[in-house]
Write a protein that binds this ligand. Structure first.
Ligand code: NAP
Length: 312
């Protein structure tokens, strides 16, 4: 007979790894599944994280690695597998099907986060990897002493622009409004960089180039004027969308596609908990993802205690 885990955690970003640490310490028979080659989630793509308490200025890669190392030290190594389907998730025993295996668990913590939002403009797909990037810290080095455009106005766009300004000859930061959404502290860093040129009130229309990126066509939303920015790389940082394709027909989602769940992680399916960027919440940060992981394990423990004692 197939083994049934107490808990399967899907995703090994800050929420999933925090859940793994709490689950291991709680003595739950736990499996962690991760589709990427490295654990750590979106934060590993961040050059510098300056708001995780106790670790000022740590790189995203080091922070993700520290979370993974902590889980490994407690004996929990994420297993690399891509999930094909989640079945019977409202039942007592939930099934996870991957390419190679079928797993069963009494509870699930869904911590598979979010992915990059796309611009959906001409050139974006065709020039992917040929100058179009969604990760400045991964690909920035290719643009040393060259010209880059960053699109977006949030924390990621602002941090990417600052990071690239240290490598590139010039960086354009193209934003659709006349004020950044990014935190004040990051904004100040942007405005202090002499080689960052702000391009306000502008939306991207087309990424230009044949074999590789040569520029970005933009339109000023106030004047209607269209122009082309010459550039070697276009970094797109226009937010995230939840990765809820696997559960969209099985769980209640909010109008933006995030799993409806409070701080306790409780979702519309019994025994299924959501943690991190994937759930409805006011603030998507590493520190709140880590807290979600801990809360979701506490909820899973409560659920297991009730069901193991015959109370549903
Ligand atoms: P975000 O905060 O949602 O910002 C997305 C930006 O892209 C916004 O400025 C938005 O413009 C713009 N945008 C959205 N769709 C667009 C489109 N189709 N065309 C052009 N521009 C578009 O996303 P994010 O910067 O990726 O950050 C994601 C989450 O991670 C946020 O919660 C953020 O606070 C968090 N984060 C935090 C830190 C940190 O605290 N150090 C670092 C990184 C990320 P509008 O402003 O006009 O809406």
């Amino acid at each position: 007979m197939e083994k049934t885990y107490d808990l399967i955690i899907i995703g090994s970003g800050p929420a999933g790894l925090s859940a793994a640490i709490y689950a291991q310490r709680a003595g739950l028979d736990t499996l962690v599944l991760e589709k990427e080659y490295i654990s750590g989630g979106q934060v590993v793509n961040t050059a510098e994280v300056d708001n995780y308490p106790g670790m000022p200025g740590i790189s995203g890669m080091d922070l993700g690695e520290a979370f993974g190392e902590h889980a490994r030290k407690l004996g929990l190594e994420p297993q690399r597998e891509k999930i094909l389907s989640l079945e019977n998730i409202s039942g007592d025993i939930k099934t996870i099907r991957t390419k190679k295996h079928e797993y069963q668990a009494k509870t699930l913590i869904l911590a598979f986060g979010a992915e990059h939002r796309k611009l959906d403009i001409p050139g974006e797909d065709d020039l992917g990897g040929l100058g179009v990037s969604y990760c400045a810290t991964c690909d920035g080095a290719f643009y040393k002493d060259r010209i880059a455009v960053v699109v977006g106005g949030g924390n990621v766009a602002a941090e990417d622009a600052v990071f690239l300004s240290g490598l590139c000859e010039k960086v354009y930061l193209v934003h659709r409004r006349d004020a950044l959404r990014a935190d004040k502290a990051i904004q100040e860093k942007v405005f202090a960089c002499e080689n960052i040129e702000m391009v306000w009130d502008s939306v991207p229309l087309e990424i230009l180039g044949q074999e590789e990126v040569t520029g970005l066509k933009i339109r000023n939303v106030k004047t209607g004027e269209e122009r082309e920015l010459e550039a070697d790389g276009v970094f797109i940082a226009v937010g995230i969308v939840p990765s809820t394709a696997l559960v969209k027909d099985q769980l209640k989602l909010d109008e933006n596609g995030y799993i409806c769940a409070g701080e306790d992680g409780v979702t519309s399916a019994p025994g299924v908990f959501a943690a991190g960027d994937i759930r409805t919440k006011a603030l998507r940060q590493v520190v709140t993802a880590v807290s979600d992981g801990a809360n979701a394990v506490a909820s899973a423990q409560k659920y297991l205690w009730r069901t193991d004692n015959g109370n549903h």
